[in-house]
Design a binder for this molecule. Structure first.
Ligand code: GLN
Length: 199
């Protein structure tokens, strides 16, 4: 029997959760890499994607929209089935085990063992930029932090892939990758490529 081969990059369809937030910049990066992307707004959209990017935006709003679009449960089931997923900023909050300073009714997928605090970098510096060293990449990556969440603790199954100061800002657990910054705004395809290596 011929072993089932992995899909090649050109055969992949990467979904971008498109309920709210910075989804179109993620699509632009994916298209630059040469993979087809698909905006995910319905359970039907989700069915045809091989992986999913959850963008930055407003996690409380996204949580509500995930419920009203009947997307929370199907996405949850796909994640539990090891669909690769990349959450950035608000997307990271949606994937976290615990949300600190969230709304009481805010949902998360509990897909990575991190505790994240929303808007944790304080008012004066709610947005800032920093060069980040990512072990798997050569040369630094420009990190754009916009009212960013902070990973305040993480479990032993989580790998810290990059730090900014003392904070982990890029982390991975199995097929789940999260960044507290906005890699889609850096004019740099390398982090999306890194994610796609795991797809
Ligand atoms: N502060 C936002 C939230 O809590 C996240 C900000 C962002 O995604 N840029 O959802």
């Amino acid at each position: 029997m011929v072993a089932q081969s992995q899909k090649s990059k050109s055969e992949l369809t990467v979904g971008v959760l498109a309920l709210q937030g910075a989804f179109s910049s993620h699509e632009a990066v994916l298209n630059k890499i040469g993979v087809s992307s698909r905006q995910v707004r319905t359970p039907q959209d989700l069915e045809v994607v091989d992986a999913l990017v959850m963008p930055g935006g407003e996690s409380t709003t996204m949580s509500q929209l995930l419920e009203s679009a009947n997307l929370f449960e199907p996405i949850n089931a796909r994640i539990k089935n090891r669909m690769p997923v990349f959450g950035t900023c608000a997307g990271m909050i949606l994937l976290a085990k615990t949300i600190i300073d969230g709304r009481d009714d805010q949902l998360s997928f509990n897909a990575i063992d991190i505790d994240v605090q929303r808007n944790a970098y304080g008012r004066q510096i709610d947005s800032f930029e920093a060069e980040i060293e990512i072990g798997a990449l050569t040369g630094s990556f420009h990190g754009v932090f916009i009212r960013a969440p902070r990973i305040v603790s993480f479990g032993s199954s989580v790998t810290a892939l990059a730090y900014c100061g003392d904070d982990v800002v890029l982390a991975q657990q199995d097929k789940v990758l999260v960044a507290s910054f906005h890699p889609e705004l850096a004019n740099d395809i390398r982090l999306h490529e890194l994610f796609l290596e795991g797809v």
